[in-house]
Design a protein around this ligand. Structure first.
Ligand code: NAP
Length: 528
């Protein structure tokens, strides 16, 4: 299958009438000839959201088994697209074929995980406090809580994961699993990939007999479609991955609506890495190699890229910097996702280079005429400069990082305290570093969504325990994760049913427990 340039609204393929655009190949710096993608209008947004609104009650009322089968059918349809999907994504993103094949595996794995989550029913958080008619001085009513979906969700595909964080990525999979219809705004950096995946979702919706409107895909020029989608009264929540500026613009629209809605925007994080003294003394060179590999993975275009390294100054840190510089020096330049992202990377580096007290200590191989290709870079500064100039912690989205030399652990903790909210923090430590780690951990718990030891933050496992979130500006809502089974919670809210007759209750709350799910009954968790 090849893309045709259409939007997908409910069961229909619709040619956008508000202008058009070809996809772009950042590796050749040229447009991809076919097809032309037609831009939608506000009427198309109305149509997609109208269908989603009409589909909502029937979709959320389907048996959970049907919802789970739908998610699995999407995964199967994506796999059935075969190499055409991987090749198209490669042409539009410059990402290597092997990386995209892995990302497709993650995408379908994510859909299948959410199918399991739906079947299990635990996400409904069924909670029952049975009536106590004899209680003194007042009787207690029968109270039962379960989660219901918020309503249609708008999803903005991310540029840096054209499959796993886009049309059928984590936001879409978790919203559909919650029982919420989804309207996706395709990212302009991978229009053909978006259409192909969108067609897989549309086909699965039809073959599984889902109500029309459970999924739509819109394409838009500039900001018009995105803004209209977030402002539409039928949309009840938003999932977004992208820039801080874009996320904040959408958050403002969502907050200024007559009915403000929750925005789950993942935006900016520099993922500090703390090199603790004993680990550094024992294995500075090995740590440097691991760091250089993590920094340059995917041209550094990971939200969990290690953009800041902190360590106590001394000969061991010098060994680390020298080894990291050597490892980065032989890293080839890599094509970035778009000319805009490449320009932003260069601009970010120029801004860091202009800061007093910052020294560039290493550079990757030259791009040698390869368009939009990022060269790795490593900078060193002193903690005092960072403490005086917090602007140094701005994200350089790409393969560049700053090593910060601290006087002692206490100064490292001061820097950690100054940092903005982060998706991750990494501790590279040995047993002798436990006391230093103990001093840092309370600060890191305040700042981060995930704290890891003796690894690197790139690579986010999709599982039940994952947290891919964190305080602002890592995300706009630190209470949730956008990766892993708990991502479903973003699109659910609790309803309490008081003295509602058993036959009228949702299945999860009926006394006979027809779903066989785990429930908290009178404070005791049981599958009864
Ligand atoms: P972006 O510019 O924020 O765009 C993301 C999506 O939001 C796109 O669909 C875009 O529309 C839309 N959008 C952006 N601003 C909008 C607004 N004011 N109103 C309505 N819609 C809006 O992000 P990007 O293109 O992926 O990358 C740009 C920069 O974002 C990068 O250089 C990097 O700094 C950062 N980034 C960070 C992460 C991370 O995880 N931390 C991930 C990706 C990117 P169009 O498609 O029409 O442009």
């Amino acid at each position: 299958m090849q893309p045709t340039g259409a939007m997908l609204i409910g069961h229909a393929a619709v040619r956008g009438q508000a202008g058009s655009q070809r996809a772009f190949n950042p590796a050749t710096n040229a447009e991809i000839a076919e097809p032309q993608f037609g831009f939608g209008t506000r009427d198309d947004v109305d149509r997609a959201v109208g269908l989603a609104t009409r589909a909502f009650d029937s979709y959320r009322s389907l048996p959970l088994e049907r919802r789970a089968a739908f998610l699995e059918a999407i995964a199967d349809e994506i796999m059935a697209l075969g190499d055409a999907l991987i090749e198209r994504a490669h042409g539009e993103s410059g990402l290597p074929l092997a990386r995209l094949t892995g990302e497709r595996g993650r995408t379908v794995g994510q859909l299948r995980l959410f199918a399991q989550v739906v079947r299990d029913g635990h996400f409904l958080r069924a909670t029952i406090d049975t009536a106590q008619p004899e209680r003194q001085p007042l009787p207690r009513a029968d109270l039962r809580l379960a989660k219901v979906p918020l309503g249609p969700v708008a999803v903005f595909g991310a540029s840096n994961f054209p499959l796993a964080f886009s049309v059928a990525g984590g936001d879409t999979a978790s919203a559909l699993a919650a029982g919420a219809p989804v309207v996706v705004k395709a990212h302009s950096a991978h229009l053909g990939t978006s259409e192909l995946v969108g067609r897989a979702v549309q086909k699965a919706a039809q073959s599984q007999g889902m109500p029309e409107g459970v999924f739509s895909l819109l394409i838009g020029a500039g900001r018009e479609i995105g803004e209209a989608l977030v402002a539409h009264p039928g949309i009840k929540a938003l999932g977004f991955t992208g820039s801080r500026q874009g996320g904040l613009a959408l958050l403002r629209i969502a907050n200024n609506r007559h009915e403000p809605i929750p925005v789950y925007a993942e935006m900016s994080s520099i993922n500090p890495v703390f090199l603790l003294p004993q680990a550094l003394a024992v294995r500075a060179e090995a740590l440097a190699q691991g760091f250089a590999d993590s920094l340059t993975m995917g041209a550094g275009q990971f939200c969990t890229n290690p953009g800041l390294v902190l360590a106590v100054d001394g000969p061991d840190l010098q060994r680390f910097v020298a080894a990291a510089g050597k490892a980065l020096g032989v890293k080839a330049a890599q094509t970035m996702l778009t000319p805009g992202i490449y320009a932003a990377y260069r601009e970010g580096r120029a801004q860091v280079e202009a800061v007093e007290g910052v020294e560039r200590v290493a550079c990757g191989a030259d791009a040698a005429g390869q368009p939009n290709a990022a060269q790795a870079a490593l900078y060193v500064t002193d903690a005092q400069y960072l403490l005086r100039n917090p602007a140094l912690q701005a994200e350089m989205f790409g393969p560049a990082s700053v090593v910060v030399k601290a006087r002692d652990i206490d100064e490292m903790r001061q820097v950690a305290d100054l940092l903005e909210g982060q998706l991750t923090a990494t501790l590279l430590l040995d047993e002798g570093d436990h006391e230093a780690a103990r001093q840092l951990l309370p600060v890191l718990e305040r700042k981060c969504g995930r704290i890891l030891a003796n690894g690197f933050p790139t690579g986010v496992e999709v599982c039940h325990a994952m947290v891919h979130g964190g305080p602002f500006p890592a995300t706009s809502n630190a209470m949730y994760t956008s990766v892993g089974a708990s991502a479903i919670d973003r699109f659910l809210r609790p309803v309490c049913y008081q003295d509602i007759p058993d036959a009228l209750l949702p299945a999860a709350l009926q006394s006979a427990n027809p779903l066989g799910t785990w429930r908290l009954t009178n404070g005791v968790m049981a599958q009864a």
